[in-house]
Design a protein around this ligand. Sequence first.
Ligand code: NAD
Ligand code: 3PG
Length: 394
Amino acid sequence: MARQILTLNQISVKGLERLPRDCYEIASEFSHPDAILLRSHKLKPEDIADTVLAIARAGAGVNNIPVAECSRRGIPVFNSPGANANAVKELVAAGMLLGSRGIVEGIQYVDTLAAMDDKAEMNKTLEAQKKQFKGSELVGKTLGVVGLGAIGSMVAEMALTMGMDVVGYDPALSVEAAWRLSSEVRRADTLSALFARCDYISLHLPVLDSTRGLINQELLSAVKEGTCLLNFARQEIVDEDALVAALDEGKLRKYIADFPSPPLIGRDDVILMPHIGASTDEAEDNCAIMAANQLKDFLENGNIRNSVNFPTLVLERVTGCRLSVTNENVPKILGSVLSILADENINVIDMLNKSRDDIAYNLIDVEGHTTEEVLGKMRALEGVINVRMIGDCA
Ligand SMILES: NC(=O)c1ccc[n+]([C@@H]2O[C@H](COP(=O)([O-])OP(=O)(O)OC[C@H]3O[C@@H](n4cnc5c(N)ncnc54)[C@H](O)[C@@H]3O)[C@@H](O)[C@H]2O)c1
Ligand SMILES: O=C(O)[C@H](O)COP(=O)(O)O
């Protein structure tokens, strides 16, 4: 029977093509889907049917998904790290240029000349007025990058090639991300040290409980006078009252962001875009392909790559029948699962077990076949969250 994939946003066709129609039905309405594929749709716990085995986010941020609830229910949530990083980097480059030159103001001024039909008069007027749109160059200025993951590291690299000095701050930097980073990026030990010395600051960290409102009044009051703050990460990372105060006081010269909000719209010192950081053909394709591939491999093989709540676990198939077991990360459960198989004379050929936070996940390849009754015994064990037969088990 074909698996049903519920799409809650428009997903690039190139990604959907990874899910062949003879094995997958894809639609924006299913009452009992096997999986959900989405972008920024705000997913409520009650909208996740009991049949859902996995959720894939074609994009980076997963703050629109109730991840803790998914973990409790044993549902892996996947994202597509890095797949839209270049798109965001390019928009940040545009944002920095919009912050350094009177581009937006100049364009708006030119639009006011539409009624002037004398070309010579127009030239004379704008040559006289253009001094108000003078800016400064990025070369030699200092950019602070907060969050040096997939996007932040690319933004840092781009700024270096534009002749800027780059300072970075990331207390949770992964080893992989550190290897990607240019040695020319200088390290700030604290956020306030970064805020005190940069002409431009660009945010590239996720919104988490620990980062919500991170850019607060204390930091913004210590910012170098005339700094331009760029936020292409998430609105919630910046405390809006503190931001407005810093702009009103002239501490911040400009705020350039991908997240409009009523108190910010219409201000001369704010440039807002409608959350288009990842809206390029290339990023939409890359994210959808990565998300669909990960979903397919999970549904067909139980493998987990790029999950935000499950451990990475990939096991080559050696038999037709594979079992996946998700359980609370406590002792003895795996032993009990294996005892059930042993009692049934079912031979284990290969297996892998990994844990992450409160979740343990196991793939067990068995010889021959197994039955729903055996799985029922496993499901009845205390601490087992779900058990799935994958492949030719019946
Ligand atoms: N505007 C857009 O359309 C758009 C597109 C893609 C991503 N995003 C946002 O950008 C965020 C980053 O994306 P990414 O692909 O670079 O993710 P990533 O996971 O590769 O990098 C995030 C980095 O932030 C760091 N970090 C975590 N907490 C931090 C803290 N308190 N201070 C400083 N750094 C911290 C992490 O260690 C990591 O290195 C996403 O979570 C998403 O919210 C926005
Ligand atoms: O986190 C992300 O990947 C971005 O915010 C992109 O969101 P989108 O897929 O809705 O454009």
